[in-house]
Design a binder for this molecule. Structure first.
Ligand SMILES: Cc1ncc(C[n+]2csc(CCOP(=O)(O)OP(=O)(O)O)c2C)c(N)n1
Length: 381
């Protein structure tokens, strides 16, 4: 225990929050950016310097994630998945942040963090099982310390906070990061989590991917203040970063994670990014946003800008060819994994909603069986 901990009469050690110093000038105002959309370094990027080994790793992660996402989208369009929520455009925010954590730090994602999941070592079959309707989640959260996708907006922020309180009680030096969106930031659960984490000193890093849309609701309608500025009201340090600049995201998350680990106080990062695809395969973004907007953000594509930077730094064609070969292999493995999963049975739904069957469920299951039998009898031979 550090000197920041004090003993309470029950014998448990508690944190004296008053002794924790305020953060070193969190960058409010302009978002921190190291690499401009045209691949040139900003003065902050020049000052920080580029670790080419890290940049290559992050590039590879992003390129693989983008290819995986495209293949999963194709599988959904071909009827092999019931639904898919695309991560196109958000690769830098996810990869830069998760690669800044230690492998033993816990992550509580939302439902779009495929790039983060892959970087943590989850495989295609694990990631697709849920979307094929075969499981509530497809992996063991203990294996990769990457917890289940949460489709009920914002709940994962509370799960993360509760988990972090446990980490604190264990005296472990792991931290917990949770991802959520600009839309979810309006949920009571997220606000409760922020307050609870701040008042208990739970080591949570709240990572908000502001992708500018909550389905068809623009981010500007979610808040009268910038999202990261809200954190101050809860007593949290906060950071604003260009979420399409993977090097800046990595640097900010490394700094924030170190601070959370050191002080055992939560922190908040807002990453400005953009969802270049629709919300999901059941959404038509053409109904609520102009094409020009997507085109403008395409010019800030996170992968392109790092590719330009790497090439300018002398990284040769063989690196990019090899990444492309790996992406092809991942796409093929994703398709194989998906097609080798069994077909879901709609009737199974009745067995997975409640722990115990009850009368209403039995009646609904019987009605469904009757409906299926009748539909089949109407199919011409
Ligand atoms: C509690 C709850 N309310 C509403 C929904 C429906 N819903 C699903 S996604 C979504 C928008 C979420 O937007 P955001 O948090 O910005 O994340 P993004 O999908 O853009 O990544 C909504 C309203 C839900 N899943 N859960």
């Amino acid at each position: 225990m550090s000197e920041k901990a004090a003993a309470d009469p029950s014998g448990a050690e508690v944190r004296d929050l008053r002794r924790i110093e305020p953060v070193v000038a969190p960058p409010h105002g302009a978002a921190l950016r190291f690499v401009m959309p045209d691949g040139r370094l900003t003065p902050q990027g020049e000052a920080a310097g580029v670790d080419l080994g890290l940049a290559r790793l992050l590039f590879r992660d992003m390129a693989l994630a983008r290819r995986f996402d495209a293949e999963a989208l194709a599988l959904a369009r071909q009827g092999e998945l019931g639904l898919w929520l695309m991560s196109l455009g958000q690769e830098a925010a996810q990869v830069g942040s998760i690669r800044a954590l230690r492998p033993d730090d816990h992550v509580f994602p939302s439902y779009r963090e495929h790039a983060a999941a892959l970087a943590r070592g989850l495989g295609p079959a694990e990631l697709l099982r849920q979307w094929r309707g075969l499981a509530h989640a497809g992996w063991n959260p203990a294996t990769h310390r990457f917890h289940f996708y949460s489709l009920v907006l914002g709940t994962q922020a509370l799960h993360a906070t509760g988990y972090a309180m446990g980490v604190l009680r264990d005296g472990a030096d792991e931290i917990v990061m949770t991802y959520f969106g600009d839309g979810a930031s309006s949920q009571g659960d997220v606000n409760e989590a922020l307050n609870w984490a701040a008042t208990t000193g739970a080591p949570v890093l709240f990572f908000c991917q502001n992708n500018h849309w909550a389905i068809s609701t623009p981010a500007a309608q979610q808040s009268r203040t910038a999202l990261h500025q809200r954190a101050a009201g809860f007593g949290l340090d906060s950071y604003l970063v260009d979420g399409n600049d993977v090097l800046a995201v990595h640097a900010v998350t490394s700094q924030a994670a170190a601070r959370v680990r050191d002080t055992r106080m939560p922190a908040f990062i807002e990453a400005e990014t953009y969802r270049m695809a629709g919300h999901s395969t059941s959404d038509d973004p053409g109904r609520y946003r102009a094409d020009g907007e997507v085109e403008r953000w395409r010019l800030r594509d996170p992968i392109t800008r790092l590719e330009i930077l790497l090439k300018a730094a002398g990284v040769g064609a063989s690196f990019f060819t090899e990444v492309e070969r790996e992406a092809d292999a991942l796409a093929a493995a994703t398709r194989r994994a998906c097609l080798s999963l069994p077909d879901p049975e709609l009737a199974d739904l009745f067995g997975t909603v409640y722990t115990e069957r009850h009368g209403l469920l039995d009646r609904e299951a019987a009605e469904y069986a009757e409906y299926v039998a009748q539909s089949l009898s109407e199919v011409p031979a």
